[in-house]
Ligand binder design. Structure first.
Ligand code: FAD
Length: 382
């Protein structure tokens, strides 16, 4: 049996950065991944948006840390991750949305978030040519941005291996053995492992890992589709998020990445539950109609590729982070919903301090994101 200080199940948006920060603190870390390489689960489905402008203290703190890490990443580690600080823009066309976003601003200001109401003229400067009919203004947070999910996870994988993390690919965790409220070993289709601490970072399959450990974890995946265009000269910078719902969808969002490609995504209504990741024929007609009516300048862009992935959803839209009460040495970093990519670096660093240094600095995070909360709240912008 191979023995480590920490075993992480899942080499995804959370597992890979976390492995790096734990190894940097001197721990012997193994990552078990059922797929052939890092980031092949939902990390590669993410479109790359990163914002700290959430509505709750835990996610705000984690993502502020992520932004801090990612904006200095190239300088610190010499790896290109395509960080662009283009901000997040929520254009507003009706009174209801204006009221909701202005209420949220009051909350966000309490956390010193740099997010403000801007007038219609400024919206049009940031996204030149955006539909101005009924445009009332919007909120804009200039410190948010975007990165390439593929480059970020590739960079963390490189750094983790350099710190001595052992990755075991094509190894699916198939059973978890326990004794006296502790996990004693983790078995894959190929081998058996033991460690002082086991971390469930299995994303959309966190519930299955929970089941193997005899624990109910309320993470259920739903499906979202995304697409990317050919690259063109930069013509707008922010992530544009239109939160008005229509009959078949809730919000949709898009931005132009560092290579000039427009990347976009929509939230279907009602949600499509399950783990099917085949493309659908309804996605493009739905999202393109809405994007063109908001931003007609996109009309001549050719779409290169679409894909479909999973949001690992919790009932209230917030992640689950922390040790479990029933199993002493099991730590959960699951239920990232639509924000696991942006949470990954900050959460990796924070969880490494909780696990390796037994830091109590982040108790407010593990309390808010506890498995034992009642899940009756609702994240405003999930
Ligand atoms: C279309 C789309 C757009 C998105 N856009 C964004 C965005 O702009 N910004 C953002 O922050 N987030 C975005 N997301 C959400 C983001 O992709 C997820 O929240 C995030 O990837 C989840 O991270 P994770 O580490 O929990 O899961 P993953 O990255 O999926 O990692 C979990 C890993 O665990 C492995 N695993 C599972 N079961 C086992 C097992 N039994 N044994 C071994 N390994 C196992 C999986 O194979 C997987 O590699 C988007 C998602 C979609 C679908």
């Amino acid at each position: 049996m191979k023995t480590f200080d920490v075993i992480i199940i899942g080499a995804g948006s959370i597992g890979v950065p976390l492995s790096f920060y734990l190894a940097k603190k001197g721990l012997k870390v193994a990552v078990l991944e059922k797929l052939a390489s890092e980031g092949r689960g939902q990390n590669r489905a993410a479109i790359g948006g990163i914002r700290a402008t959430h509505s709750d203290p835990a996610k705000i703190k984690i993502c502020q840390l992520s932004i801090d890490i990612l904006k200095k990443f190239k300088e610190e580690h010499g790896k290109e991750i395509d960080w662009v600080q283009g901000g997040y823009l929520y254009p507003v066309y009706d009174e209801r949305t204006e009221k909701a976003l202005k209420q949220l601003l009051v909350k966000q200001k309490k956390f010193s978030l740099n997010n403000d109401w801007i007038d219609a003229e400024r919206v049009n400067e940031l996204v030149p040519g955006i539909s101005i009919k009924d445009l009332r203004g919007g909120t804009f947070s200039p410190e948010d941005g975007s990165c390439s999910p593929l480059k970020v996870i590739g960079a963390y994988f490189f750094l983790s291996e350099k710190e001595g993390v052992e990755f075991y690919f094509n190894e699916e965790v198939t059973s978890i053995e326990k004794e006296n409220g502790k996990i004693t070993s983790v078995t894959t289709n190929k081998d058996k492992y033991s460690a002082g601490i086991i971390i469930n970072a299995a994303g959309a399959y966190a519930k299955e890992i929970g089941r193997l450990a005899g624990q109910d974890i309320p993470v259920n995946p739903d499906c979202h589709e995304a697409g990317i265009t050919e690259p063109v000269q930069q013509f707008f910078k922010p992530m544009v998020v239109d939160i008005r719902p229509d009959e078949q969808s809730l919000n949709y969002y898009f931005y132009q990445n560092k290579e000039g490609q427009v990347v976009f995504c929509i939230t279907p209504k009602p949600p499509i539950l399950g783990t099917d990741t085949d493309n659908t024929s309804v996605f493009l007609p739905l999202v393109i109609k809405r994007m063109l009516s908001l931003y007609p300048r996109l009309r001549n862009l050719r779409i290169r590729r679409t894909w479909r992935g999973l949001y690992p959803m919790t009932p209230d839209g917030f992640p689950i982070v922390g040790y479990t009460k029933e199993i002493d040495n099991l730590f959960l970093a699951v239920g990232m919903c639509g924000q696991g990519f942006m949470l990954g670096p900050g959460l990796g660093l924070i969880a490494s301090e909780i696990i390796a240094d037994k830091s109590e600095k982040y108790n407010f995070i593990t309390e808010q994101l506890s498995l034992y909360r009642n899940f009756t709240g609702a994240e405003m912008l999930k």
